[in-house]
Every structure is written in structure tokens, then in C-alpha cells.
Design a protein around this ligand. Structure first.
Ligand SMILES: NC(=O)c1ccc[n+]([C@@H]2O[C@H](COP(=O)([O-])OP(=O)(O)OC[C@H]3O[C@@H](n4cnc5c(N)ncnc54)[C@H](O)[C@@H]3O)[C@@H](O)[C@H]2O)c1
Ligand SMILES: O=c1ccn([C@@H]2O[C@H](COP(=O)(O)OP(=O)(O)O[C@H]3O[C@H](CO)[C@@H](O)[C@H](O)[C@H]3O)[C@@H](O)[C@H]2O)c(=O)[nH]1
Length: 502
């Protein structure tokens, strides 16, 4: 009789054994990296290479950027990005083996290994507009390397790029490089999430290195694997072919975003039926095949990556004449937009079908907690909708700069839009100030300080118009506790239907 142990399980062969490139393929003679240059001092280049410098005191790391203000900020006490733990890492090694500079030429010339960590935004015009990645910055950084490099370099794609970008980089380097300088290209996508970047970089789930399966390609991969080997266990450094590595990055983001859109789609069903989306997430997440992460319903995912990378995948699928595949992934983004519209509609109907002249306190402007980054933040879209309904909006976010909020809300190219904006929108210096005289509080970002254990909601209630509404777009509040104070509380994925049968 078959015992449980003898029954076939889902995963037959360990993943590492199924890889076409065994892990020991990087155990071949290779160069030790002594100097690293990182082109692009942004959200990825800055933290990633600061951590490399911190973990590898024997390697000199220079992070370069064309943006003088950004480099000045990296060299100051007020770093250009907010990320828990980043200050400590940078201050421990800056000036020792970590340098920030605008002297791109010297950093390229001196480095053995160069990370290309520049932005790859969605194209705003031309072929593929609104979908394809704009590879202009990658190309310009690659041409810069070709122009100034005088010796062999390992060039590493750190930016998120469409599949086969390494091939274009190779062509540019080979046709423009100086004689005697050989280039090996690697793909090494970054999986850090903002707000937890330092934690993610200190203990990554995996490090992916894609290379050509040639002696030089494998040797270059081994050199980079050694860098990570200073703190990442060897079995978590995965090597594979270049194209798999490039596509894995887009695939990971698409699958993560798909989970959020799936739970958000279910949140709409919950609201209509009396089911509670947090309970549903918990129940399904206990299935070990599904797992509990990335199942938090919300007002919609934001951030610079998810939408951009899925649209990139949509474009790639269309270019490969796979319209059904393109449509499948497009729906993940469409569901995200629909969630924001649905949330707004719910606010309008709860506030007696008009927002005209009403004051809404928007708590949170960043796309998630623990970051000052606002790129594709759901708050931006919601505020746009509230403005169309003629509401007055007071915004409070603990980390986003005021100038960034005006920048994000102003219509690009519309002269004096900020003046019009300022008639409708104010920026508050605390949640209490934002809520004063408001008809509703709208939670857009899940900052811990907005929780009912941190904010004094009785004080907030006392200063608001009645009935005082709270719309929890992040499911961070204790609904019953706030209802006891007197609030009308509306949460994503939770209906006001009675629990009992009728
Ligand atoms: N932000 C994230 O959390 C994250 C995570 C993983 C991957 N990524 C990917 O990493 C890449 C970089 O993202 P980011 O958020 O750091 O972007 P970013 O806009 O914050 O930083 C990019 C930097 O590159 C600089 N730059 C552009 N062209 C240059 C050139 N030719 N020479 C020197 N500097 C140049 C820009 O001035 C800018 O400071 C993107 O492809 C992104 O998709 C981002
Ligand atoms: O259950 C969840 C999890 C996240 N979010 C939202 O999804 C967005 C993205 O969050 P997160 O993925 O944590 O942050 P990012 O910094 O955008 O990181 C993603 O994008 C990066 C850039 O490519 C990748 O490197 C990371 O692995 C990937 O998680 C944010 O608006 C979150 O509030 C939810 O709504 N529900």
C-alpha cells in the first residue's frame, strides 16, 4: 500500500537541478573584481552599490550620475532617497571605499566591472508609446562605456530591460569600443522593494546572474558571483542564460502584481456579498501552494516598476505576435485602474453623491509606506478624480516633499496649473491638520503612524464635519473601534451588509 511518503509530490526535481546551467559552472578561472563603477545613482544604483561597498571592504565602489544635484545629495547628510537603514550603510563606508561622483569617464576607466543602473521608463511617444520601455538611457550609458573604456570590462545590466537588450548592448560596445578592450555582458536584475531595500539587499531571496554560456561569459558570471559571495550564500546565487535572466525580472513583477490585482478583484466581490477580503486572503494564503504574501487588498498597486514592467511585457508579447498573452497581462493593469475608480465611486456615493466643496483629508501620498517615492502612487490618481468632482483636498504624508506633491499633481505643460491646483489642494504638516474640518479621511498609504494605535482618532473625530467618514484604502484600521467613536468607516473589500441571514 502506498504511504504518504511514497506518493508523488508536486515538485519532482529540486529547482537547482532543473537549471540548464549547474551552479558549479561558475567554478572556473576568473578575475577578482577590485573596482566597481555604477552608472545611475537612483533608487537602485545608490542602495545596491552602497551595500556592495559595505559588505566588500576590499572593493572600491564609485557611483556616478549625470545629475549633479543628486550626487551632491548623496555626498551630504541629507541623502536623496529615504530608505530605512540606508543612512547608516552609506555613512559607514562613504569616503572609505564608497564614492559618489559626476566624473563618469574616470569611474568607467578605472573599473573592472560596471553596473548600468539607469532609468528605463515607459516610452511617452513614438513606436510602442505607453507600453515599450524607453531604452535611451541604457543606450547612452552603454555608448559612454564604449567611448572611454581602455581595458576589459564586465558590463552588468542592473536596470530592468526587455528580453534581449544585452544583445543590443553588445553590438554597441563591439562596434564602438577601443581596440584591446573586451566587454562581457551580464544580466543581474534587481529585486529589492522600496521601503525594505536594505533588508532585501542584505538577505536577498536569490541573486540572478545571466551570461552567455561561453568560457568568457561564465568567467564573468563567476567574477560577479564572487562579489555577492561576500555575504550571500552560494546556493542563492543562481546563474542562467542571459535571456532567461532578463525575462525572469519582468516575470517576477508581473506575477507579483497579478496577485494584487487578483485579490483586488476579489475585494469587489467581497463588498457585494458580505465576505471580508482580509479573511479570504488569510484563508487562501494558508494553502502552502498559494502562500500568504502579496495578498493584501488595497486601493491599487503603485511604484515605478509594476505597471511599467507589465506594459513592457504586453509590448513584448504583441511584438512576438502573441495577442492573447498580451491581453492577459494587460488585464492586470486594467484591474488596478478599475480598483482606483471603484474606490472613488464608493467615496462619492457614500458622501451623498457629491464631493463638491467637501474637504477630503488624504493621508499618505507615497506609493507605499517607508518610502518618499511617489511614482505611480494611487494617491495621485485618486486626487485627480477628487479634483474633477470639485472637492477640496488636504494632503499629509510623513516623508514626501511638498515640492514633489505639487510636481506630481500639476498637469504637465499646463501653464499656471499649480495656481489653479492651490485653490483646491493644501498640504498639511500633520494628519490632525489635514483632517480639521474634513468630511472624510481617505487612507491612501499604509504608514504605521496612521494606525488607530498611533493616531488619536477621537481628537480627529472632534474636529471633523459630521457625519465623519473614514475610507480605509489599505485595511490598516480597526473598523469597530472607530465606529464606536462615531465614524462611518468604509473599507476596501468589506461590505456594510449584516453578518446575519435575512
Ligand atoms: N526603484 C526600484 O525599486 C527598482 C527595483 C528594481 C529594479 N529597478 C529598475 O532599476 C532601474 C533604475 O531604477 P531607479 O528607480 O534607480 O531609477 P532612478 O530614476 O531613480 O535612477 C536612475 C538614475 O540614472 C541616471 N542616469 C540616466 N542616464 C545616465 C547616464 N547616461 N549616465 C549617468 N547617469 C545616468 C539618472 O540621472 C538617475 O539619477 C530601472 O530600470 C528600474 O526599472 C528599480
Ligand atoms: O499585498 C500587497 C503588496 C503590495 N501592494 C502594493 O503594491 C505596490 C508595490 O509594492 P512592493 O512590491 O512592495 O514595492 P516595489 O518597490 O514597487 O517593489 C516591486 O518592484 C520592484 C521594482 O522592479 C521589484 O524589485 C520588487 O521585487 C517588487 O516587489 C505598492 O503600492 C504596495 O502598496 C499591495 O497593494 N498589496
Amino acid at each position: 500500500m502506498a504511504t504518504v511518503d511514497s506518493l508523488p509530490s508536486g515538485a519532482v526535481t529540486p529547482a537547482s537541478e532543473r537549471l540548464s546551467r549547474p551552479l558549479d559552472s561558475i567554478d572556473i578561472p576568473h578575475k577578482q573584481v577590485k573596482k566597481i563603477c555604477c552608472i545611475g545613482a537612483g533608487y537602485v544604483g545608490g542602495p545596491t552599490c552602497a551595500v556592495i561597498a559595505y559588505k566588500c571592504p576590499h572593493i572600491t565602489v564609485t557611483i556616478v550620475d549625470l545629475n549633479q544635484a543628486r550626487i551632491d545629495a548623496w555626498n551630504s547628510d541629507d541623502l536623496p532617497i529615504y530608505e530605512p537603514g540606508l543612512d547608516e550603510v552609506v555613512k559607514a563606508v562613504r569616503g572609505k571605499n564608497l564614492f559618489f561622483s559626476t566624473d563618469v569617464d574616470t569611474a568607467i576607466k578605472e573599473a573592472d566591472l560596471i553596473f548600468v543602473s539607469v532609468n528605463t521608463p515607459t516610452k511617452k511617444s513614438g513606436v510602442g508609446k505607453g507600453f515599450a520601455a524607453d531604452l535611451g538611457y541604457v543606450e547612452s550609458a552603454t555608448r559612454h562605456i564604449a567611448k572611454v573604456a581602455e581595458s576589459d570590462k564586465i558590463v552588468v545590466e542592473k536596470s530592468t530591460v526587455p528580453c534581449r537588450t544585452a544583445q543590443s548592448m553588445r553590438k554597441i560596445l563591439d562596434s564602438n569600443g577601443k581596440p584591446g578592450a573586451r566587454f562581457d555582458i551580464l544580466s543581474n536584475p534587481e529585486f529589492l522593494a522600496e521601503g525594505t531595500a536594505i533588508r532585501d539587499l542584505f538577505a536577498p531571496d536569490r541573486v540572478l546572474i545571466g551570461s552567455l554560456d561561453t568560457v568568457n561569459g561564465r568567467a564573468a558570471a563567476a567574477s560577479l558571483a564572487d562579489v555577492y559571495g561576500n555575504w550571500v550564500p552560494r546556493k542563492q546565487v543562481i546563474t542562467m542564460n542571459l535571456w532567461s535572466s532578463e525575462l525572469s525580472k519582468l516575470a517576477a513583477n508581473a506575477l507579483l502584481a497579478q496577485r494584487i490585482s487578483s485579490i483586488n478583484a476579489l475585494s469587489a466581490i467581497c463588498e457585494a456579498t458580505g465576505a471580508d477580503v482580509d479573511e479570504v486572503s488569510y484563508a487562501v494564503g494558508l494553502d502552502s501552494r498559494i502562500g500568504p504574501k502579496f495578498l493584501k487588498a488595497s486601493v491599487g498597486f503603485g511604484g515605478s516598476c509594476f505597471q511599467k514592467d507589465i506594459l513592457n511585457l504586453v509590448y513584448l508579447s504583441e511584438s512576438l505576435h502573441l495577442p492573447d498573452v498580451a491581453e492577459y497581462w494587460r488585464q492586470v493593469v486594467e484591474m488596478n485602474e478599475s480598483q482606483k475608480r471603484r474606490f472613488t465611486q464608493h467615496i462619492i456615493s457614500s458622501l451623498f453623491n457629491t464631493l463638491t466643496g467637501k474637504r477630503l483629508a488624504v493621508l499618505g501620498f507615497a506609493f507605499k509606506k517607508d518610502t518618499g517615492d511617489t511614482r505611480e502612487s494611487a494617491a495621485i490618481t485618486l486626487i485627480k478624480y477628487f479634483r474633477q468632482e470639485q472637492a477640496k483636498i488636504a494632503i499629509y504624508d510623513p516623508k514626501v516633499e511638498e515640492s514633489q506633491i505639487w510636481y506630481d499633481l500639476a498637469e504637465p505643460g499646463v501653464v499656471d496649473d499649480v495656481t489653479a491646483l492651490k485653490k483646491q489642494v493644501t498640504i498639511a504638516s500633520s494628519a490632525y491638520e489635514a483632517a480639521e474640518g474634513a468630511d472624510a479621511v481617505v487612507i491612501c498609504t499604509e504608514w504605521d503612524e496612521f494606525r488607530d494605535t498611533k493616531l488619536d482618532y477621537e481628537k480627529i473625530y472632534a474636529t471633523m464635519n459630521k457625519p465623519a467618514f473614514i475610507f480605509d484604502g489599505r485595511l490598516i484600521l480597526n473598523q469597530k473601534k472607530l465606529e464606536k467613536i462615531g465614524f462611518k468607516v468604509e473599507c476596501i473589500g468589506r461590505s456594510r451588509l449584516e453578518e446575519s441571514f435575512e
